[in-house]
Ligand binder design. Structure first.
Ligand code: GLV
Ligand code: MN
Ligand code: MN
Length: 399
């Protein structure tokens, strides 16, 4: 089945009628359906499928072994996300195998497809959970105890999904099988529109941190409480939203976003007792994310104090700048006949793996330039080019 047909098969899974787009979160029903779909497709292609200790799915062409050429991505989405972020890399991996099988290619090295259990952090907050667990970049206990918005822990969700969370954690045996890793992904910005190219390789990823700001004040009556008597945590929370934009604008090529803010109890006529918000901060260069977050935190502390509120700030995840392996990138570039190399502000499992094995990315043009939203798109012809490009890269690497 071609890559566009594969994408068509899952187009109805996990649609979010309220937000628009897709909400596919790790170990929810849509995720189960997508994981089963991937396994069925891989088995149909004659691959051997196994799930590792951390819930990542591997599909092997030939016997598992070291120095494998591995490609894949993720199936989960952000809330109300697009159709392509993640699944395009998985469908392209399946399609690339079919292209290579169709031309009678016999891999000299083991070749595997890898579906990471969770990339967006849409349910448990920490991005790239599957690859962080695999590589030991997150403590297994901390991961097991992460909670979703309903209070369900990752461990509980994993048990429901048939996994044994006691086995979560660094998996050096699985990691040692990977000789190199290539992730195909829809582009999440405007780079390929401007360069007028259907595909690119990835050169680097900007450092990225997520921070929880928890403000507590005094819940009270919106009509009966005089302004002077209030301790309203929404005021310092609003300061963070504005400070994030101001602080990022003051640094070269920085990004800071508040995309999620939760007042408790959350009533129109109720002064909130607490407000939690999550800051997503990204800026390249050692220590510069800390500088950016400190600037925002200072503004938050001053605003909290002025309103008589308390503030705690917790770093939930951090990833340093990633520079993808130049030898691998230039091999991909050569086999593709010279394509642009793009830096990105979006995080990927390939970025987590890059600290351990030569890793690279292939991007497919997104004509809207929009991602993490329903408008994310890729033209069928570009999607085909992407899968053909991935097949050529795998042929070169595993041949
Ligand atoms: C994932 O796409 C991220 O960069 O947040
Ligand atoms: Mn994403
Ligand atoms: Mn992604």
């Amino acid at each position: 089945m071609g890559v566009n047909e594969l994408m068509g098969e899952i187009a109805g899974v996990g649609r979010d009628a309220r937000r628009g787009g897709y909400s596919r979160h790790v170990y929810d029903y849509a995720d189960f359906e997508l994981r089963d779909w991937f396994i069925d497709q891989a088995l149909d292609s004659g691959l051997d499928v196994n799930t590792d200790r951390n819930g990542n799915i591997w599909a092997w062409w030939g016997n598992p072994g070291s120095d494998a050429v591995v490609t894949g991505s993720h199936l989960d989405s952000v809330p109300g996300g697009g159709a392509y972020d993640g699944p395009l890399g998985v469908a392209s991996a399946l399609a690339a195998v079919e292209i290579l099988q169709g031309k009678g290619f016999a891999p000299a090295k083991p070749l595997a497809l890898l579906v990471f259990a969770e990339e967006e952090g849409g349910r448990f907050g920490v991005p790239c959970l599957g690859s962080r667990l695999l590589t030991g970049a997150i403590d297994a206990d901390r991961a097991r105890n992460l909670r979703d918005t309903d209070g369900v822990t990752l461990a509980e969700a994993a048990v429901k999904a048939g996994h044994d969370p006691k086995r979560f954690g660094a998996d050096p045996e699985s990691l040692a099988q990977i000789g190199c890793f290539v992730e195909l992904h829809v582009e999440q910005g405007r780079g390929l529109i401007e360069l007028d190219s259907p595909v690119a390789t990835g050169s680097s990823i900007i450092a990225h941190g997520r921070y929880r700001f928890s403000f507590s004040g005094q819940g009270n009556h919106a009509g009966a409480t005089r302004l002077a008597d209030r301790h309203d945590p929404m005021l310092p929370a609003a300061t963070v939203v504005a400070a994030a934009r101001r602080a990022a604008a003051a640094m070269n090529d920085a990004r800071a976003t508040v995309g999620r803010l939760v007042p408790t109890p959350g009533g129109t006529n109720v002064i909130a007792s607490t407000v939690d918000l999550w800051l997503d901060a990204r800026v390249s260069g050692e220590g510069r994310t800390a500088v950016l977050v400190e600037d925002i935190t200072e503004a938050a502390r001053a605003a909290a104090e002025a309103e008589g509120c308390e503030l705690t700030v917790t770093e939930e995840s951090y990833s340093d700048d990633v520079v993808f392996d130049e030898t691998l990138r230039s091999r991909m570039d050569k086999v593709l006949g010279g394509v642009p190399a793009l830096p990105t502000g979006a995080g990927h499992d390939a970025g987590i793996l890059a600290a351990h094995v030569p890793s690279g990315m292939l991007y497919v043009r997104n004509p809207t330039g929009i991602s993490h939203a329903p408008e994310e798109y890729a033209e069928p012809a570009d999607i085909d080019s992407g899968a053909q490009s991935l097949a050529r890269v795998l042929e070169e690497l595993a041949g």
